[in-house]
Design a protein around this ligand. Structure first.
Ligand SMILES: *[C@@H]1O[C@H](CO)[C@@H](O)[C@H](O)[C@H]1NC(C)=O
Ligand SMILES: *[C@@H]1O[C@H](CO)[C@@H](O)[C@H](O)[C@H]1NC(C)=O
Ligand SMILES: *[C@@H]1O[C@H](CO)[C@@H](O)[C@H](O)[C@H]1NC(C)=O
Ligand SMILES: *[C@@H]1O[C@H](CO)[C@@H](O)[C@H](O)[C@H]1NC(C)=O
Ligand SMILES: *[C@@H]1O[C@H](CO)[C@@H](O)[C@H](O)[C@H]1NC(C)=O
Ligand SMILES: *[C@@H]1O[C@H](CO)[C@@H](O)[C@H](O)[C@H]1NC(C)=O
Ligand SMILES: *[C@@H]1O[C@H](CO)[C@@H](O)[C@H](O)[C@H]1NC(C)=O
Ligand SMILES: [Fe+2]
Length: 621
């Protein structure tokens, strides 16, 4: 007895070790990808080498005089002693050293500069003659980020920066303006939430949304306000050089909406002297009643990230597909109704200024259709912070920014799982950065979410998570053997099968892949593009190719893998009615369809008894 007990203990320990090792393996492959460009700047090592002879001048001095939130700025640099590794940093606030430095680690002395720039360019980037002439004219695109800006010249490259000169300060006419609205579905189908960012504290102005049916009387609704504190960050860089004040994040809950109706809205702040500050006017179409029969179109992707349109941060090299995806979606805004961005949103990785850039980049989309998000490793993971994975992918943000900047209809936004309805669709959004296995709180939620849908009204049941808890023949998942996140589908597959999930979507792997309908790890159908009749398997789709560096596939193609694409793209679901669903994969470069399939199915095909989805029956009559 003694003996076998010890054996079991040793064995259990061994299994746990193996498991930990596999977790490390699974994440190690991702960390190197698309590193945050700002992390290449050793800002805490910067020293002073200020030179009177170097001049740097920024124009115009006041931006956004017509209420714009994005402006181009010209920076003139004259440096009598130019060198190839000179670079220009954009700082905001302009007095970039005004905060108290927190040592990056205990051994470090107080750094000379303690704030990372919000972006950078090499001085030679606009003019290859710079090293000869010492003259450069650079163009930067700035967005309103609630503070002023300065431009600083450094020599010594990114790894050994020496501050040479600082420009004049420039700023937006109203740096506090309400900006970057993002819509999200509320907890019930007839509620839309609007989240935005401003520089107005609640004791300075009352935040509100003025809204109503288009062309009719507008009413005002209050908004709640959240802030993020530096000491709520879990580690560096978010807590140190990457920290930046995010201002005030407001959310208003528009309730009792009429279905399928166009509403207009604008965000406002009522100042204590009785005057209002207003945003632009936007509009959205309210969601259909759950079960309503009408055309309903959904965009879904993961891992988009952000990039700089002015070529800063080395020409979008970090999330190379991000702007193409964004631009395709903006161009096609009339042809879809709701977006799901299933994790790895900004890749800010602790450089918090980047959240403004991301919300600005997606604004045309997120201000028009609900922009529903999920949590990924780059939002959440941090050692000893309760994330399922103990890596540093969030750069110390440990979920706080994602949970504050975007609204999701979760019971507890720190546990990023929720359900949401869109007409004939029912979505169960999981959080792969928290334990999902049988017996956990999240597993109970997923089962409840899947079980609570009436398939006659909402035939299209969709599961989504950031990491691949289903199937992917990406090379690192293949190496590990099971083509999934370790323990990914071990317990979830039972639920997908029992509740007959139509499609499970994943990101994290930066490519596109679609499987056959799968039951117990096997294809149940040899059909490849037009599924009809009895439903007996779940189709798994990886749509992680929206922006970040592409991920390689294995050379051997598993027999469940129907279509793979090593390129940037995103998915689109179209429900024509209760019996016909179309899925399309589109490339971000041209918006064209490269893979698709349809499901034709009647209610009896969902009810029909197959495998473990059957309810017990009796022959008695
Ligand atoms: C500009 O400088 C960078 C960094 O030193 C260097 O890698 C690049 O080749 C230079 N580009 C040109 C056009 O000289
Ligand atoms: C930044 O602040 C540190 C101390 O907080 C100081 O030693 C240093 O000189 C300052 N650097 C600049 C560029 O003002
Ligand atoms: C109220 O205060 C704001 C900000 O100080 C100012 O711009 C505005 O003109 C004032 N409005 C009135 C009616 O006094
Ligand atoms: C699954 O359903 C398809 C379509 O009705 C059918 O062709 C196939 O035989 C079924 N497979 C199993 C294992 O039930
Ligand atoms: C697919 O591959 C699996 C594992 O290699 C094997 O067990 C299964 O029989 C194959 N199925 C088909 C339809 O070839
Ligand atoms: C569902 O939509 C498809 C595609 O438009 C159409 O062919 C089919 O007739 C429709 N079915 C019903 C029941 O309306
Ligand atoms: C973005 O789209 C353009 C235009 O189609 C294409 O030429 C370019 O290769 C795309 N970029 C990436 C990284 O796919
Ligand atoms: Fe990821």
């Amino acid at each position: 007895m003694e003996e076998s007990c010890r054996c079991l203990k040793v064995f259990t320990m061994f299994v746990v070790l193996l498991w930990l090792a596999s977790l490390r393996l699974a994440s190690a492959h991702v960390i190197g990808y698309g590193e945050q460009p700002l992390s290449k700047i050793a800002i805490h090592k910067a020293t002073s080498a200020l030179r009177e002879s170097v001049s740097i001048q920024a124009n115009p001095v006041v931006l956004g005089l017509q209420g714009e939130d994005t402006e181009w700025v010209t920076v003139d640099l004259v440096n009598p002693d130019p060198s190839e590794d000179d670079w220009i940093a954009v700082f905001s606030p302009a007095d970039f050293n005004s905060s108290t430095c927190l040592p990056v680690n205990d051994e470090d002395q107080e750094p000379y500069i303690c704030t990372s720039p919000i972006k950078f360019k090499y001085a030679n980037s606009s003019n290859s003659e710079y090293t000869k002439t010492g003259k450069a004219v650079l163009k930067f695109q700035l967005i309103n980020q609630r503070a002023d800006f300065s431009f600083a010249v450094f020599s010594g490259g990114l790894t050994n920066p020496k501050l040479v000169a600082v420009s004049n300060y420039i700023s937006f006419a109203n740096p506090k303006a309400p900006l970057y609205p993002r819509l999200a579905q509320g907890k019930s189908w007839d509620e839309m939430t609007i989240t935005w960012t401003s520089g107005y504290a609640i004791d300075e102005a009352v935040p509100l949304v003025e809204w109503g049916l288009k062309g009719e009387t507008q009413t005002q609704s209050p908004a709640g306000t959240l802030t993020v504190d530096q000491n709520s960050m879990c580690g560096s860089p978010a807590r140190t050089v990457g920290w930046r004040d995010q201002g005030f994040i407001h959310t208003s809950f528009l309730k009792n909406l009429w279905p399928n109706s166009v509403y207009t809205y604008r965000m406002g702040h009522l100042l204590s002297n009785g005057s209002y500050i207003w945003s632009k006017t936007y509009s959205f179409k309210s969601s259909p009643y759950p079960g309503q029969d009408s055309l309903q179109r959904v965009i879904i992707f993961g891992d988009m990230g952000k990039a700089e349109r002015d070529g800063s941060n080395e020409y979008s090299d970090y999330q190379p597909g991000s702007l193409n995806t964004t631009d395709q979606l903006i161009k096609d805004l009339k042809n879809y109704d709701i977006v799901f961005h299933i994790g790895d949103m900004t890749y800010s990785n602790g450089y918090i200024s980047q959240w403004d850039q991301f919300t600005a980049q997606v604004e045309p989309i997120a201000s028009t259709v609900p922009y529903m998000v999920a949590s990924g490793n780059h939002e959440r993971d941090w050692p000893d912070s309760g994330s399922f994975y103990q890596n540093t992918d969030s750069g110390g943000e440990c979920g706080v920014l994602a949970e504050t900047m975007f609204y999701v209809p979760a019971e507890n936004r720190a546990k990023f799982w929720y359900s949401t309805d869109y007409g004939m669709f029912h979505f169960c959004i999981a959080d792969s950065e928290h334990d999902w296995r049988e017996g956990t709180e999240q597993y109970k939620f997923i089962e409840h979410c899947l079980a609570s849908v009436d398939r006659r009204k909402q035939p299209w049941l969709i599961f989504a998570a950031h990491r691949v808890l289903g199937y992917s023949s990406n090379d690192w998942y293949a190496e590990e053997g099971a083509f999934e996140e370790p323990m990914g589908r071990e317990s979830l597959q039972k639920l997908w099968q029992k509740y007959r999930v139509d499609i499970a979507f994943f990101g994290h792997v930066h490519n596109y892949e679609r499987t056959c309908p799968i039951y117990q790890n096997q294809c149940v159908n040899s059909e490849k593009s037009h599924y009809s009749g009895t439903m007996n398997g779940t189709i798994h789709i990886v749509v992680g190719g929206a922006g970040s560096h592409l991920s390689e596939f294995t050379t051997a193609i598993p027999n469940w893998s129907i279509y793979r694409d090593y390129d940037f793209g995103f998915g689109k679901l179209t429900a024509f009615n209760h019996s016909y669903l179309l899925f399309e994969y589109k490339k971000s470069s041209d918006g064209k369809v490269y893979d698709s399939f349809t499901i034709s199915r009647e209610y009896k095909d969902v009810l029909a008894c197959v495998h473990d989805s059957c309810e017990p029956t009796t022959l008695a009559s």
